[in-house]
Structure formats: structure tokens, C-alpha cells
Ligand binder design. Structure first.
Ligand code: APR
Ligand code: ZN
Length: 363
């Protein structure tokens, strides 16, 4: 089957819209017709050469669509089902998966952009092409492992569903699964892009207070206020003092949602003794950060990393969908622009300028 797809060739910072060939779904895999794909900061890292990947790559990892065919042995979904794709499919066999911690699965090949059998379902003019994180959602069709296609209710709009697949799962997940923020606890979020605004939504959901958003862009801060931020700050040299003043000595939780070394290093200074700092944004490879370890230890501060908000997709996507449908998680407010696949490069340009919460490609 042929599909229009946004393809990244190593060394380029732009995507090319090309017609690729998509294989029939083999055993244990599912053919999905994509209906929406978000444009995420992690895709931007690949375009900007921050991370090494098999190339050429069909970009996109935040998507939703409709199952059109299933391979032999598939029992979780059937043609016609609406699904959100997970960009980290679990192997279901390693110790992490068997302990219910699929988000640290060691058997998945999704980061190699391969199916469990080591193949890619995509090709371009007879040569292999790799779906980013074995999702490759900036394409009309994708073939993914059964465990990466999570069934959701048909009344869930596809654009909303696509964002649940990455930014919302990551943002709300880090608040609920990793930090376990409680009602009335204080939190600061550094970076109010798609992921940071999703963290703010999660903080609003659990009743955190105050919720402080920090971003260079005033439009992002306005969006943060709409989603529940009680205070917003354009960072200056006295950022830690400003946060300390609002929270009475530092926040109980701080989240970094940009992926910059400097802002990650600022986290311990934003939290109170005993507080927790969470690294959510992903920096470029080989970018070490440094802290005053003595100060961190003496003040009993915790620094944790999280990948995908420690999401267990089969458990969490349906919950997040139900929260949206119940009016308790305004995912639609994250969508700043609905675009065509052919407009994807403009969406990345806007992202590099710090504009738009989320652009969503609608097929
Ligand atoms: N201080 C404050 N805010 C900043 C700074 C800074 N020095 N630099 C950038 N920002 C803001 C931008 O204005 C933007 O609003 O950080 C936000 C980043 O948002 P996006 O580019 O939309 O990225 P997003 O998709 O949210 O992803 C953020 O999370 O999952 C990871 O790989 C992803 O590392 C990326 C991060
Ligand atoms: Zn993402």
C-alpha cells in the first residue's frame, strides 16, 4: 500500500513529503490509517541532529487513527477500532514489563525504529525507511505492534487522541505517576510548550497550588494561565528568588519541560528542602549537567528522571481519554493549529521560534 509521508534524511533539518510503500501487517502487527499526528519537540530534536537514528526516517510519534487490517494472531484490536499509538511498545517479557513498569522496558526495539522481529514495514523506492520510534505517525498509514495500538472510544476526536499519545501522557503522567503531586502542593514548570502545558493540566487536575509557569514567550504564559497556572514568570536573573517568594521558600515540585542543560541545572534552586525536581524535557545526547551535590544531599532534595511520564499505555490512554470526555482534561486547548501534512516544515519553524503550543497534522 502506498502512503504520503514526511521523511527525514540524515543531515537535513527539513522533511520531504514522499510516497512510501507500507507492507501488509505481519503476525502480531496492525495496519493503522492515521487521522491525526501532533508535531512534538522530540521530532524537532531529530531534525536538528541532536539524536542519532536509523535513516531515512518517517517522522512523527504522537498519533491516532483507525485500524484497517490486522496480522495473524492479533486479538487486542480489530478493523474499525480507533486507536492511539504508543511510541514505546513493550516487549511484555522483560522484568520491567512483568513488574508493570513497561515504560522502562528493556526488550522493546522502538528506539531502533524496528518491529519486534527486527524489520521495518516501510520502504522508499525499494530501500528501507524507518518509522520514528516504530510509530512514524506523519504518514497516511503505519504498521505497529499490537501492543502499541491502544483502543479508545469512538467519540474521542482524533486530534485530541493524537496528543494523548505523547504530550498529554508525558505531562499528566509525570505529575500523577512520577511525582505523585497532591492537592495543595506547590509546583513550578519550566517551559510551557506542548509538554509543559500538559504538566500544568495535570497539576490543575490533581489540585496543586500554586502552579507557577515559566517561559520566554508571553503567548505560552497566557495559555498556561488558561490551563491552570496561578502565576507566570518570564525568567530573569532572580528566578529562584521569585519562585521562593511565591511559594514561601521554594516549590515542593519543579519540572523541566524544555530539554536544555542550563534550565535543568536551575531545578534544585527552585525547590524547597525535601522537594522533588523532575527532568521531563530531553536534552541532546552527550550533554552532561552538574549540580552542587553537597547542597542537594544536605537539603534532602530529590532529582528524578522520567520517560513518557512513566505511562503504561494500555492503562493510561483510556483513563486520559475518559478524563477528556468527562470535561476534566481540556486537551483540545493545547491545539493551536490544525495543518496539512505538506505544512509540517512551517510547524517546526514556528516551534523553533517558541510559537504554538501544538500543531496537529490532520489527515
Ligand atoms: N527558559 C524558559 N522557557 C524556554 C527557554 C528558556 N531558556 N527556552 C525555550 N523555552 C520554552 C519555549 O518558549 C517553548 O514554549 O520552552 C518551550 C518548549 O516547548 P516545545 O518546543 O513546544 O517542546 P515540547 O514539545 O513541549 O517538548 C519539550 O520535552 O519530550 C521532550 O523532547 C521533548 O525536549 C523536548 C521537551
Ligand atoms: Zn513527543
Amino acid at each position: 500500500m502506498r502512503a504520503q509521508a514526511a521523511v527525514h534524511f540524515e543531515g537535513s533539518s527539513e522533511l520531504e513529503i514522499r510516497e512510501i510503500e507500507v507492507a501488509e501487517p505481519g503476525p502480531g502487527t496492525v495496519l493503522v490509517k492515521l487521522r491525526a499526528s501532533g508535531v512534538c519537540g522530540s521530532d524537532r530534536h531529530v531534525l536538528d541532529g541532536d539524536w542519532q537514528l536509523p535513516s531515512p526516517t518517517v517522522m512523527g510519534h504522537e498519533g491516532a487513527g483507525e485500524v484497517v487490517a490486522v496480522g495473524a494472531g492479533v486479538i487486542d484490536v480489530e478493523p474499525g477500532d480507533h486507536v492511539i499509538l504508543s511510541w514505546f511498545y513493550p516487549c511484555r517479557r522483560c522484568t520491567a514489563c512483568l513488574s508493570g513498569r513497561a515504560y522502562v522496558c528493556t526488550g522493546s526495539r522502538s528506539e531502533e525504529c524496528l518491529l519486534p522481529d527486527g524489520t521495518t514495514p516501510l520502504s522508499l523506492e525499494g530501500e528501507p525507511v524507518y518509522p520514528y520510534l516504530t510509530a512514524g505517525t506523519m504518514s497516511e498509514y503505519a504498521v505497529v505492534p499490537e501492543s502499541a495500538a491502544i483502543k479508545v472510544p469512538k467519540e474521542l476526536p482524533f486530534d485530541v487522541a493524537s496528543l494523548i499519545g505523547c504530550s498529554i501522557a508525558t505531562g499528566v503522567g509525570t505529575v500523577v505517576n512520577d511525582a505523585a503531586v497532591g492537592a495543595g502542593e506547590s509546583a513550578v514548570v519550566v517551559g510551557a510548550g506542548g509538554v509543559g502545558l500538559s504538566i500544568i493540566m495535570g497539576l490543575q487536575l490533581v489540585g496543586a497550588n500554586p502552579i507557577i509557569a515559566i517561559d520566554l514567550n508571553e503567548d505560552k504564559l497566557a495559555a498556561a494561565r488558561e490551563l491552570g497556572a496561578t502565576h507566570t514568570i518570564v525568567p530573569g536573573p532572580d528566578l529562584a528568588a521569585q519562585v521562593a517568594e511565591i511559594t514561601g521558600g521554594g516549590a515542593e515540585y519543579a519540572f523541566e519541560a524544555i530539554g536544555r542543560v542550563q534550565t535543568i541545572e536551575s531545578l534544585p534552586g527552585l525547590i524547597a528542602p525535601g522537594g522533588t525536581a523532575v527532568i521531563v524535557g530531553l536534552p541532546p545526547a552527550d550533554a552532561p549537567v552538574s549540580f552542587d551535590a553537597l547542597a542537594l544531599a544536605e537539603t534532602g532534595k530529590r532529582l528524578i528522571g522520567t520517560n513518557y511520564g512513566s505511562t503504561v499505555p494500555g492503562r493510561d490512554f483510556p483513563k486520559l481519554a475518559a478524563l477528556y470526555l468527562a470535561g476534566r482534561l481540556p486537551v483540545d486547548k493545547l491545539i493551536s493549529e490544525r495543518i496539512q501534512l505538506s505544512e509540517v516544515n512551517e510547524a517546526f519553524e514556528a516551534m523553533r521560534r517558541g510559537e504554538r503550543a501544538r500543531s496537529v497534522i490532520v489527515f
